[in-house]
Design a protein around this ligand. Structure first.
Ligand code: SF4
Length: 413
C-alpha cells in the first residue's frame, strides 16, 4: 500500500483541512502514516502568519527532503499561496498547491506526472470554498464553517492568502456536524478565518448557524474557536446564557489596548467597546474563560502605548493572553509604516505580557477551585495520567482510566 504523511504547520483551520486531505487519500487507497515515518508522499500544510512561520515551513521541507530524497513533497496552505515560486524552487518539492486547488490536491499529488508544478492563481479570483473538518483524535473535532476575510487589518496577510469572506450553507455545515457525531465525537470547535462573519455569502447568519448546530444529536459541546468582538452580539450572548451547547469559552482578538494603535491597525472597535463587551458577557454568563490575542510592537507603538495595553489587560483580566510580536508581512500597509519597533523591544514586551498572563491564568484557576465542572476526558495517556478540559477550558488531570476516554464526567476542580 502506498503511504502519505501530512504535517500541519498552521492553525485549527489548516488542521481541519489536513484531516480532510487524509480522508481523501484514504479513499484513494493510501495509508496514512506520521511524518516521522517513511512515506511515498508528504503533504506540508504551511502557515504564513509571521516571518517565523515562513522560515519554519521552508526548514521543515528541507529536512524532509534530506531524510526522504525520493518522496514527493506537496506544499499547500497560506505560504503556498503567497510564496509559490520560492517554494517550487526548493529541492524535493513535487507541486505547490494554492487556495483554489485544495479540492484537487489528492489528484495532483497522485498523478503520474503533473503538467506543471505550481497550482496557484491570484487570490482575488478565488471564491471557491473547500469544506473541511477533522476526525483525528477521539474527543474533539474541528469544523470549518467559513474562509477568508474582508476586514483587511493593516498588519494581516491572511486575506491575501485566503481571499474574501465566504461560507457554505447552514444545511451543509449541519450535514458535516452529523458526520462528526456519527464518528463518535462529543465536542466540536467551530473554526474559520473570521468565524463570526459566517453567512455573508449565503444570506444566512452566524446566530442561525449556532442554533442549527445545537440541534445536531450526539454533539454535546461546541467551542467557538475565535470571534471578533463586534460579531459576538448581545443577542448571541443572551441566547448562550439561556442554556445551550455553546461553552463559556471565548477567544476574542483584542490586538491592542491602546485606541491610537487600534485605529492604525484598522480594527473595528475601540477599547471602550471591547471593555463593555467583556463586561456584558460576564454579566450574563458565569465563570467564562476569555482568551485574548494581543500583538506587541506594532509600528508606532511607544512604551506609553504598550503600558496602556498592559493596564487594559490588567483591567479586563482574561484567563489567557495569546501574545504575538508584530511581524512585518509583505504587501500589507503596516509593513510600510514608519516607527517599526526594534526586535529587542518587542521581545521585552512579550516577556512583560507573559508574566501578566501567568498571573491572570493562575488567578482564573484559583477562582474556579472547588467548583463542580463537566470535563470531557481525552485518550492520551502520559505517566499513568489522563487529562481533559472543563466547559470553561480548565485543564484537568487524573489517574488514567480507559473507561473515561471520550466521556463527560462531573468533577470537583
Ligand atoms: S479580522 Fe483577522 S483575519 Fe481578518 S484581516 Fe483582521 S486580523 Fe486578518
Amino acid at each position: 500500500m502506498k503511504t502519505v504523511a501530512i504535517e500541519t504547520l498552521g492553525c485549527k483551520l489548516s488542521f481541519a483541512e489536513s484531516s480532510t486531505y487524509a480522508r481523501e487519500f484514504e479513499a484513494a487507497g493510501y495509508g496514512i502514516v506520521p511524518c516521522s515515518e517513511p512515506a511515498d508522499i508528504y503533504v506540508v500544510n504551511t502557515c504564513s502568519v509571521t516571518a517565523h512561520a515562513d522560515k519554519k515551513g521552508r526548514n521543515f521541507i528541507a529536512r524532509l527532503h534530506r531524510r526522504a530524497p525520493e518522496a514527493r513533497i506537496i506544499v499547500t496552505g497560506c505560504q503556498a499561496q503567497l510564496k509559490a515560486a520560492q517554494l517550487a524552487a526548493l529541492d524535493g518539492v513535487w507541486a505547490v498547491v494554492g487556495s483554489q486547488y485544495k479540492a484537487d490536491l489528492v489528484k495532483i499529488a497522485t498523478a503520474s506526472a503533473p503538467d506543471r508544478r505550481v497550482f496557484v492563481e491570484p487570490i482575488a479570483s478565488s471564491h471557491n470554498y473547500f469544506p473541511a473538518h477533522s476526525t483525528t483524535g477521539r474527543t474533539r473535532a474541528f469544523l470549518k464553517v467559513q474562509d477568508g476575510c474582508d476586514y483587511h487589518c493593516t498588519y494581516c496577510t491572511v486575506p491575501l492568502a485566503r481571499g474574501d469572506s465566504r461560507n457554505p450553507s447552514i444545511a451543509s455545515v449541519v450535514e458535516q456536524a452529523r458526520d462528526i457525531a456519527a464518528a463518535g465525537f462529543k465536542e466540536v470547535v467551530i473554526t474559520g478565518v473570521n468565524t463570526g462573519d459566517f453567512g455573508k455569502s449565503t444570506g444566512e447568519s452566524f446566530f442561525d448557524l449556532l442554533k442549527a448546530l445545537c440541534e445536531v444529536e450526539g454533539i454535546e459541546r461546541y467551542r467557538i474557536s475565535s470571534i471578533e468582538p463586534n460579531l459576538l452580539t448581545d443577542e448571541i450572548v443572551d441566547w448562550i446564557a439561556g442554556g445551550t451547547k455553546i461553552l463559556p469559552h471565548f477567544h476574542i482578538p483584542l490586538q491592542s489596548g491602546c485606541d491610537r494603535i487600534l485605529a492604525a491597525m484598522h480594527r473595528r472597535y475601540n477599547t471602550d467597546f471591547f471593555r463593555r463587551k467583556i463586561e456584558y458577557v460576564r454579566s450574563r454568563i458565569d465563570n467564562v474563560f476569555f482568551g485574548i490575542d494581543v500583538i506587541v510592537g506594532f509600528p508606532g507603538e511607544s512604551d506609553a502605548d504598550f503600558e496602556t495595553t498592559r493596564r487594559f489587560l490588567e483591567e479586563i483580566r482574561p484567563a489567557f493572553i495569546h501574545i504575538f510580536p508584530y511581524s512585518r508581512r509583505a504587501d500589507t500597509p503596516a509593513a510600510q509604516m514608519s516607527g517599526q519597533v526594534a526586535e529587542n523591544v518587542k521581545a521585552a514586551r512579550v516577556q512583560a505580557l507573559e508574566a501578566l498572563c501567568d498571573r491572570l491564568h493562575a488567578e482564573f484557576y484559583a477562582a474556579n477551585r472547588g467548583r463542580r465542572e463537566q470535563v470531557l476526558f481525552e485518550s492520551t495517556e502520559k505517566n499513568g495520567k489522563m487529562f481533559g478540559y472543563s466547559r470553561n477550558y480548565i485543564r484537568v488531570e487524573r489517574d488514567y482510566d480507559p473507561a473515561l476516554v471520550g466521556q463527560i464526567v462531573e468533577v470537583e476542580l
